[in-house]
Design a protein around this ligand. Structure first.
Ligand code: FPP
Length: 246
């Protein structure tokens, strides 16, 4: 029996977040340039989006470009931005067919203008879709996101719009880029690295972490299903005892 058939679709994580890692190493293993890895990484993105939608995942968030990634060689940054534009153009029809709603988190206005314009158009076009919400984290830094939330909240307190006693976890969450998205229950990182790398630090407080040695361009829907199965075998206790949960 394949992994997909073993999944209990009544106990799916609502939200899966993925740190897509290993494109560069995948390409290097094949004696190719890093950009070749990113191109093949897009094929994995497509397969994972389809696979997630197929089994009924509601939210999928992909760490596509971190704030730190701006420090990569200029040609690589340019190639990733061009790949982003061409992928959105190529995939928009599929996103509509599959009822996927596109969303972004991060400092989108830091992206080249063509890129942010294409993204905003695609977000508007898919805004009425009711299936999977696909969030791309672009020019994203979780610490920066948290700091911006703190600044906005502090300003509201200064203006008398908010009392400090009213700053609850829910209020804080509402000031993050992920305001309308539930926290991920499952976080996956590929390529054998065991780090969070400034991704959704607040939001993953209770997420199950899943690490795989597979490099991102080799990670396909069967691997996603395997990760979901692994998640379903775990007991999520949220600080309680096993007896209390059962
Ligand atoms: C990580 O591999 C990958 C990235 C930083 C870029 C991710 C981009 C894509 C998959 C393509 C564009 C995506 C979309 C949604 C259109 P790495 O380069 O850090 O690999 P390494 O650790 O082996 O160097």
């Amino acid at each position: 029996m394949g992994f997909r058939e073993q999944i209990d679709t009544t106990r799916l994580p609502q939200h899966i977040a993925i740190i897509m890692d290993g494109n560069g190493r995948w390409a290097k293993e094949k004696g190719k340039l890093r950009v070749f890895g990113h191109h093949n990484g897009v094929l994995s993105v497509r397969d994972i989006v389809e696979g997630a939608g197929e089994i009924g995942i509601k939210y999928l968030t992909l760490y596509t470009f971190s704030s730190e990634n701006w420090n990569r060689p200029k040609y690589e940054v340019t190639a990733i931005m061009e790949l982003l534009i061409s992928t959105i153009n190529k995939e928009i029809k599929k996103l509509m067919e599959n009822n996927v709603r596109l969303n972004t988190i991060g400092e989108i206005d830091m992206l080249p203008q063509k890129c942010s314009t294409e993204l905003k158009n695609a977000i508007n076009k898919t805004a009425g879709n009711t299936g999977l919400v696909l969030t791309l984290a672009l020019s994203y830094s979780s610490r920066r996101e948290i700091l911006q939330a703190v600044q906005t909240i502090a300003k509201k307190a200064e203006n008398g719009e908010l009392n400090s006693a009213d700053i609850t976890e829910a209020v804080f969450s509402d000031h993050l880029h992920t305001a309308n998205i539930p926290d991920p229950e499952l976080l996956i990182r590929t390529s054998g690295e065991y780090r969070i790398s400034n991704f959704l630090l607040w939001q993953i407080a209770y997420a199950e972490l899943y690490f795989t040695d597979k490099l991102w361009p080799d990670f396909r829907r069967e691997d996603l299903f395997e990760a979901i199965l692994d998640y379903q075998k775990r007991e999520r206790r949220f600080g309680m005892t096993s007896e209390q949960i059962n």
